[in-house]
Design a protein around this ligand. Structure first.
Ligand code: PLP
Length: 369
């Protein structure tokens, strides 16, 4: 029997031209706004060979059919599009601020009738919010509180209630978690983060196994026009080639730093599902291949102390976003749109692939300062 390639092999080999003489090993950047008529491509807003190569690779990694967008939020909005006018969405408290802002905007305009915010780690609360809802949105771990949901349980509850399930799996990547295998209807990613991995491109992806959902998601892209740039699609595919290496190293670094940070006198709390003391640890160990490379710390002394820590770092870059090879950190509540459930002194660390001793030396010196 032919061996099914592992995700690491798919990341390297999927979305390539065929092994034919003189084919390039990599799909080129195909810049085209229009195509000679008579074929299926037609126009540059409908499709593009560089997007298709990226979609092929992400689709294989997730075990579904992928559609690429111009940003993660464009993929989020495509995933929310099937909610009927005036419908109800159940979403996690303290999750990605951009998604919550979109839901609030949709609600203010009457596009969505009700948004029920629940603690995703509280399965009973999620289940109780489902009757009459149209869509359950899940992040696990959430950005930035790192709450871990019981994914099989919430999917089963949603299915029983006839509610569509969407997972934003940006934090985990398909190497750590494959939501479609657990039964989610749709997965979305900010490809800007780990897929790209180099902080140089904005892109989003939606993946599903259900062809009708994929067709609808592609139609949203064509109709509303949130298409990815050719160069961005190429950069993200380039990034995917090393996804497994970056995720492995980032997770190892994050795990080591979380252990060293735990119990530090300058911190009230370290949030990382890889720590045995973390409330999400047991679930994460069952559901995930590793614990991701985001660590959040609640700095003692609140906003001012957290800002001092960020400013005192030299190697760590003070910046928003995450998932790059370079380690970054920021106090999340500096953004006015961040959820009020996020503590004022919470600093989110996106742990990169540098030498962990250098990362620790810089961070521990900043914590002493
Ligand atoms: C960054 C992010 C997004 C939005 O992606 P963009 O590419 O910035 O539009 C969505 N979900 C999560 C979890 C994110 O971290």
């Amino acid at each position: 029997m032919k061996r099914i390639p592992s995700p690491a092999t798919i990341a390297v080999s999927a979305g390539r031209p065929p092994h034919e003489p003189d084919e390039p090993l990599n799909v080129p950047m195909s810049f085209a706004s229009t195509y000679v008529q008579g074929g299926g491509a037609v126009y540059g807003r409908f499709t593009n060979p560089t997007w298709e190569a990226l979609e092929d690779a992400v689709g294989q990694l997730e075990g579904g059919i992928a559609v690429a967008y111009g940003s993660g939020l464009a993929a989020v909005s495509a995933a929310l599009d099937p909610v009927p006018v005036g419908g109800t969405v159940v979403a996690p408290l303290g999750s990605y601020s951009g998604t919550l802002a979109m839901l609030r905007t949709m609600q203010a305009r009457g596009r969505v009738g009700e948004v029920r915010l629940v603690d995703p780690a509280d399965t009973a609360a999620v289940t109780a919010a489902l009757p009459g809802a149209d869509l359950l949105w899940i992040e696990s771990p959430t950005n930035p509180l790192l709450a871990v949901a019981d994914l099989p349980a919430v999917v089963a509850a949603a299915r029983a209630a006839g509610v569509t399930t969407v997972a934003d799996a940006t934090f985990t990547t398909p190497l750590v978690l494959r939501p479609l295998d657990i039964g989610f209807d749709v997965v979305v990613h900010s490809g800007t983060k780990y897929f790209s991995g180099h902080s140089d491109a904005l892109l989003g992806v939606l993946v599903s196994r259900d062809e009708a959902r994929v067709d609808a998601a592609r139609a949203v892209r064509t109709t509303y026009g949130a298409v990815p740039g050719t160069a961005e699609a190429w950069l993200v595919l380039r990034g995917l080639r090393t996804l497994h290496l970056r995720v492995e190293r980032g997770q190892a670094n994050a795990a080591e730093l979380a252990v060293r940070l735990e119990g530090h006198p300058a911190l009230d709390r370290v949030r990382y599902p890889g720590l045995a003391s973390d409330p999400g640890h047991k679930r994460a160990a069952e559901q995930m291949q590793g614990f991701g490379s985001i660590v959040c710390i609640d700095v003692r002394g609140g906003a001012a102390a957290a800002e001092r820590l960020v400013a005192a770092c030299e190697l760590w870059t003070p910046a928003t976003s995450l998932g790059g090879v370079e380690s970054t950190l920021e106090r999340r509540r500096r953004h006015s749109g961040e959820s009020l459930d996020v503590p004022e002194g919470l600093v989110r660390l996106s742990v990169g692939v540098e030498d962990v001793e250098d990362l620790w030396a810089d961070l521990s010196a900043a914590l002493e300062a």
